[in-house]
Design a protein around this ligand. Sequence first.
Ligand code: PRP
Length: 170
Amino acid sequence: MNKELVLDSQTIQNRTREMGQEIDRDYQGKELLVIGVLKGAFIFMADLVRAISTPLATDFIQVSSYAGSSSSGNINLVASPSHPIKGCHVLLVEDIIDTGLTMQWLVEHFSEQGAASVRICSLIDKAERREHQINIDYLGFTIPNGFLVGYGLDFDEKYRNLPEIYHLTP
Ligand code: PRP
């Protein structure tokens, strides 16, 4: 496997700080429940919440839809947040949105649970592969096709610890 650098650490940090400011502007006077989508979002979420000044609580949800590098087309709820959802302003944090299947399911899931609002923050959008229409409220980068690893993104659970994001090629 070869890897080619796509986003360096400084570029990710700079954009993350800007996204934190955008979120602060939009949520003035409100409190946030920031929910990271495990596992991929854990590193981005850690940096993002430190770029937000709005009062917030954090939680996580784990869903899975992929086996290896291809989508199974189904969502499995692996672990639910422990924080109550009703009446909360939920900000969903993702590392990457690909077909949109996961995020479409999550927005519906939290709306059904009575969230006061549900917004989406994703570090990366692979818009070319979208199959399910969703609106990304806060977006870091749009990146065309290619298999990405690093900064939370994995291939068979490896590479999540890399501080940068790379294209993985055979
Ligand atoms: C990745 C990513 C999103 C999902 C996006 O998670 O973190 O949750 O795929 O794909 P979609 O838009 O086609 O639904 P993955 O299932 O690989 O699990 P992981 O976060 O544990 O790596």
